[in-house]
Design a protein around this ligand. Structure first.
Ligand SMILES: Cc1cc2nc3c(=O)[nH]c(=O)nc-3n(C[C@H](O)[C@H](O)[C@H](O)COP(=O)(O)OP(=O)(O)OC[C@H]3O[C@@H](n4cnc5c(N)ncnc54)[C@H](O)[C@@H]3O)c2cc1C
Length: 370
């Protein structure tokens, strides 16, 4: 009999975590195929250290994970899904059949900021370095950090503001630093304890906070404005639903809504408003459990209970945040001065963590930087 075939599209945090979990759950009872063009996993969270010469994005090769999980790796890109035929089609015209499919292709970065605004991402950290350099030589007097509206991962902007303050103070300068936050409180999605902690950090670092605010409402004329992209959906052709730039809409078992129960989604591609690696990894583990169940090798999986694990580089000791998603009540968060989870990695992923280098501190980097 033909073995059960699971196809994973996307070799990022979610896709690689799922491959590792699937192999652990199913042993050799499932054929695994990865469809992904990237040879490397970009570990983005440390991008904020790059402008200050303290570290940067680390790139891990995908090949060892592919080898350890005995996965067939097709260096190609998903083009569209044909759920009726249980097959996918790639950009190069290849057709692959599946018994279960995981869509973990990440989201699309979008920004409508004007060209004079620095849109900070892991691939544009060097642009912010120019801002950091001009703060460090006293040429910059006002920097505005504008949190965008819409799905994103906002922590890097708070980290940049706090790290910039330390960078300037170490060189004897005191520029005006302003965070402009569209909500009523910073990170209010995670609850009062988290907002309180962020407000304290900003106050202690003398970073002004303007809430319910958009960048054009600020009176001071900044020398530089910095923002983040928002993340929109990958809009995969063939899936149910027809909205433009749509996310992969998944249920509590990470199954794609409206499909036949054999298509799963995980990571930034899904409809979660908070885009985060630890959540991507948990969705991937949940999807892997569902796929192993479909293959008949494990029991019925439990619905996913998402827990956010995050850490914030502050310029001094890091701040750790955990938050549980409690149904319609939203997230309930706590803050800690030591990580209440096993490793100090910025992306907490049960399987993938073993492949990531020991956590970097804010000390000068010894890792490979972009
Ligand atoms: C500056 C910055 C800082 C961050 N800090 C943190 C942090 O501190 N902690 C944290 O947990 N998260 C952080 N994040 C968020 C985290 O990086 C993402 O949430 C996470 O990487 C999402 O994983 P993913 O697998 O869904 O997508 P990705 O990691 O984006 O991977 C998507 C993969 O799919 C592949 N792909 C794309 N299109 C296709 C296609 N059509 N077919 C096949 N393959 C495809 C890509 O090549 C890539 O390999 C940060 C992000 C940024 C930008």
């Amino acid at each position: 009999m033909k073995p059960f075939s699971a196809v994973v599209c996307g070799g990022g945090v979610a896709g690689l975590e799922a491959l590792l979990r699937l192999r652990r759950l199913a042993g050799d009872q499932i054929d695994l195929t990865l469809v992904s063009p990237s040879a490397e996993l970009a570990y983005r969270p440390l991008a904020v250290l790059r402008p200050f010469g303290l570290g940067g994005v680390v790139r891990y090769p995908v090949a060892p994970i592919v080898a350890d999980t005995s996965t067939t790796w097709i260096r190609d890109t998903l083009s569209w899904v044909d759920p009726a035929a249980r097959s996918i089609h790639t950009e190069s015209g290849r057709r692959l059949d599946y018994d279960a499919l995981l869509l973990a292709v990440g989201g699309k970065r979008v920004s409508s900021a004007s060209t004079d605004v620095v849109v900070f991402t892991d691939t544009s950290a060097d642009y912010y370095q120019r801002v950091a350099d001009s703060v460090a030589n006293g040429a910059t007097h006002v920097v505005l950090f504008a949190v965008p509206r819409g799905p994103t991962w906002p922590l890097p902007l708070y980290e940049l503001a706090l790290l910039t303050r330390r960078h300037a103070a170490e060189r004897g300068y005191d520029p005006e630093l302003i965070v402009c936050e569209p909500s009523s409180r910073p990170l209010d999605v995670f609850g009062t304890a988290v907002s309180d902690a962020i407000e304290n950090l900003l106050r202690e670092a003398n970073v002004a906070l303007h809430t319910r605010c958009t960048a054009d409402q600020i009176r001071s004329r900044p020398d530089h404005v910095v923002t983040l992209p928002t993340i929109s959906g990958p809009n995969i052709r063939g899936l149910p639903g027809d909205a433009v730039d749509r996310y992969v809409a998944v249920d509590a078992y990470c199954r794609v809504k409206g499909a036949d129960g054999r298509i799963f989604g995980a990571g930034d591609a899904t409809q979660l408003k908070v885009k985060h690696g630890s959540l991507s990894a948990q969705q991937a583990d949940c999807a892997a459990a569902g796929i192993a169940h479909l293959a008949g090798v494990t029991g019925r999986p439990s619905p996913l209970r998402l827990v956010l694990y995050a850490s914030l580089r502050t310029g001094a000791a890091p701040l750790y945040i955990s938050a549980v998603l409690v149904g319609a009540k939203g997230w309930q968060g706590q803050v800690y001065d030591k990580p209440p989870w096993r490793s100090d990695h910025k992306i907490v992923a049960d399987e993938l963590s073993a492949y990531l280098a020991p956590p970097a501190s804010d000390a000068p980097a010894t890792t490979t930087c972009v």
